[in-house]
Ligand binder design. Sequence first.
Ligand SMILES: [Mg+2]
Length: 248
Amino acid sequence: MTAADPVAPALRVDGVLFDVDDTLVDTRGAFVHALAAVARRYLPTGPERDAEILSVWRADAGGHYAAYTRGEVSHEAQRLARANELHARFGGPALDEESFAEWDGVFDGTFRAAWARHDDADDVVDALLDAGVVVGALTNAATAYQQAKLEATGLDRVPLLVTVDTLGFGKPDPRVFLEACRRLGTDPARTAYVGDEPDVDAAAARDAGLVGVWLDRPGARRRPVDEAWLAGVTVIRSLSELPAALAA
Ligand SMILES: [Mg+2]
């Protein structure tokens, strides 16, 4: 489709920025494998508690990943802290820096091998590009990690525009959204940001002046949702709903 094609929907945006983890890439699915490998190696629990372990990991009640995205601690330090909190809760050994290196080999090796894109990611990227919309990625993880993830999942035609390395901090700071729009070449008010977290993604994008879109995949919520996050936010249940949700 082109802009002149009568069947092409008129959209209220010129650009779409995507979150990577749990939006384009099924990161939660990869964590299932990585945490199961860790549990079998380090925890006394059986597979019947793997779902609980995944839930605790994703909730990150200690806020360690958020501290990393504020530039306060290193990626390694946040992962070590989370590994030790997980072990303390589920009966694993306390890890020091040396034993953590082996732990992270198990975790990260399994995690990377399990990276896969969501089934709806490819088609939505193609549909937007066909409609003349520019696309890019804005993510709260490191550049090298996320570039490898996009390449491994066949999504590297989505340029990685801003990461936590770009400015030294990440979402929900409004400056990262505005920097991503600058690099995309679009007016923030004519740019959508699509992510799986209602606060850090959709509400933060809205507050920065973008069109905030919350991807509320069935069964994927990390924590209870505050209705205040959703005021003025567009909610979709699948990426396949995005083009229609962005119709003018
Ligand atoms: Mg995400």
